[in-house]
Design a protein around this ligand. Sequence first.
Ligand SMILES: CC(C)(COP(=O)(O)OP(=O)(O)OC[C@H]1O[C@@H](n2cnc3c(N)ncnc32)[C@H](O)[C@@H]1OP(=O)(O)O)[C@@H](O)C(=O)NCCC(=O)NCCS
Length: 154
Amino acid sequence: MSIRKMNSADIPAVLKIQGELAFQDWNERQYEQEIKAPYTYSVVYETEGNIVGYAVFHLLGADSELLSIAVSESAQRNGIGSKLLQAGLSQLDLDKSDCCFLEVRENNLKARRFYERHGFTLFGIRKKYYADGENAALYRTENRSDIDPSQKGV
Ligand SMILES: CC(C)(COP(=O)(O)OP(=O)(O)OC[C@H]1O[C@@H](n2cnc3c(N)ncnc32)[C@H](O)[C@@H]1OP(=O)(O)O)[C@@H](O)C(=O)NCCC(=O)NCCS
């Protein structure tokens, strides 16, 4: 069981998970581009030689973004999504000005609950954002440098 950087050889397994969950429609080329981009941090979770989850982040300091995270249905609710999310967030300095944004379908309550449990805060709804007309819920990590020090409880 381990988290490691995604490489080109992982893309078929990643596409298989994406297809199984039907939540996104990136193609092989898009994953290839992400792997090569210098600001992308993409990881897979491997267990007994099988990839069961992955995540793709853009690490851009204050404008970092989680673009994708998924765990194969049969492996969900075992903490794997949390580990993948943490792997990306640990690359940021959330105590300073770094911040991670994400958007998720408004009706994806499973993912929204997952993000909220990991400290993401809803800051807006983008109407009819997706091609099928569904709204996007916009989340961000709390920017702790914005908080009045007297409210930090430290
Ligand atoms: C979101 C996702 C990555 C979470 O992965 P995971 O490995 O199940 O996550 P973890 O086991 O670390 O955390 C599970 C937590 O997520 C939330 N969650 C997961 N499944 C849930 C469900 N069916 N109903 C409600 N909450 C759920 C809960 O808070 C849960 O904690 P709990 O088990 O203690 O109640 C996974 O559900 C997934 O791949 N979903 C489909 C793809 C997707 O929608 N991705 C996000 C959009 S980009």
